[in-house]
Design a protein around this ligand. Structure first.
Ligand code: MRU
Length: 346
């Protein structure tokens, strides 16, 4: 099934509105940065790589009508747009990478007319889309080598087509293994509180003919104990220089369970998710989200008593000691991560 999560079309960012899935496949056109920031906050567009493409296109949306006459004026506006979009969500490295790429495209061409710099920013954003498409295929290729015919894979959240442009990272590995003719089964953790596993991963895997079963998050340990999981593959929002990886809340628990049960635990992510400026996962800013997400089902039905305290971090950090390998677009990284990341990613 061919599906495009995000594209540049008719002077707008066209996205699949992920809050409508699995009920309806709805596309949304975003024409200004306010709309984009809102869509990012509400997870209409989400997943680290998709956020990288969205943020860079967002910079273009923010500056395309700029009346600036010279580079100094233009840069002033550019920096405001970048700061605004950067405040949408804090954890995904790609969102900031997309912004930095757009800024770099402007700085490297400051001698050119403002109208040309605008075009070059758009060009850079379109390149980012291509880079994502290519790197997901590479991740799929490298990752599929780790998967045997008949394997059953556990995954969490959505690191698939819907988190990238059109293929996925963790799910890209599954699509690639399937395309090689391997028979694969997947257990998808539902991923409370926003159910990206149930709503998005189960939806796209079924659409692509992957044998999929949905589990409540708290079923994972029991499945592993029964010997029914061959490996776990998760995506990442940000990976530190030592290999610590932030991903959807619950990923750390799966990694600890995997180690106990001696099951390989893999992270799949493009090189654009690595943040070599931070030494360890302790420096990763973890987004805190609203209490509403936990105390009610999509703000519709209350499932907790009014007034209860809530702690709702959107992500956790899996320490590198628990990660068997990191599948990247440049190859598969194994411990010792610090030096291997330096060698392969830098
Ligand atoms: O809050 P979300 O839905 O944006 O969280 C997304 C994840 O945790 C993904 O696993 C991660 O961004 C990697 S996507 C290839």
């Amino acid at each position: 099934m061919s599906l495009t999560t995000l594209e540049w079309r008719d002077n707008a960012i066209r996205i699949i509105d992920q809050t409508c899935l699995p009920r309806k496949l709805v596309y949304l056109e975003i024409r200004n940065i306010k709309g984009l920031s809102q869509a990012i906050k509400e997870l209409k567009v989400r997943g680290a790589p998709a956020l990288g493409a969205a943020s860079s296109l967002g910079v273009y949306l923010g500056i395309k009508n700029s009346p600036a006459k010279n580079f100094t004026q233009f840069k002033n506006e550019l920096d405001k747009v970048i700061a605004y979009l950067g405040s949408s969500r804090p954890t995904a490295r790609n969102l900031f990478w997309g912004l930095e790429q757009a800024r770099q495209a402007a700085l490297a061409n400051q001698d050119k007319p403002v109208s040309r710099i605008k075009e070059l920013i758009l060009q850079k954003a379109l390149e980012i889309i291509k880079i994502d498409q290519q790197s997901c295929r590479e991740i799929g290729k490298y990752g599929a080598e780790l998967i045997k015919d008949g394997d059953t894979i556990l995954t969490v959240c959505n690191a698939g087509i819907l988190a990238t442009i059109d293929y996925g990272t963790a799910l890209g590995v599954i699509y690639s293994a399937k395309a090689q003719g391997k028979k694969i089964k997947v257990f998808a953790c539902e991923t409370r509180p926003l159910l990206q596993g149930a709503r998005l991963t189960a939806w796209e895997l079924l659409k692509n003919g992957v044998d999929t079963a949905l589990i409540c998050d708290n079923t994972a340990g029991f499945l592993m104990r029964q010997g029914r999981i061959n490996c776990v593959i998760a995506g990442a929002d940000r990976i530190a220089a030592n290999g610590d990886a932030a991903n959807k809340i619950g990923t750390l628990g799966l990694a600890i369970l995997s180690q106990y049960h001696k099951i390989p635990f893999y992270i799949a992510a493009p090189s654009t998710t690595f943040d070599l400026n931070i030494k360890s996962g302790k420096e990763i800013i973890i987004e805190q989200r609203s209490r509403e997400e936990v105390v009610s089902l999509f703000s519709r039905q209350p499932i907790a008593p009014e007034g209860v305290k809530v702690y709702n971090p959107a992500f956790d950090v899996t320490v590198h000691e628990l990660i068997s390998a990191i599948i990247t677009d440049k190859g598969v990284l194994r411990p010792p991560y610090q030096e291997n990341i330096k060698r392969l990613i830098q």
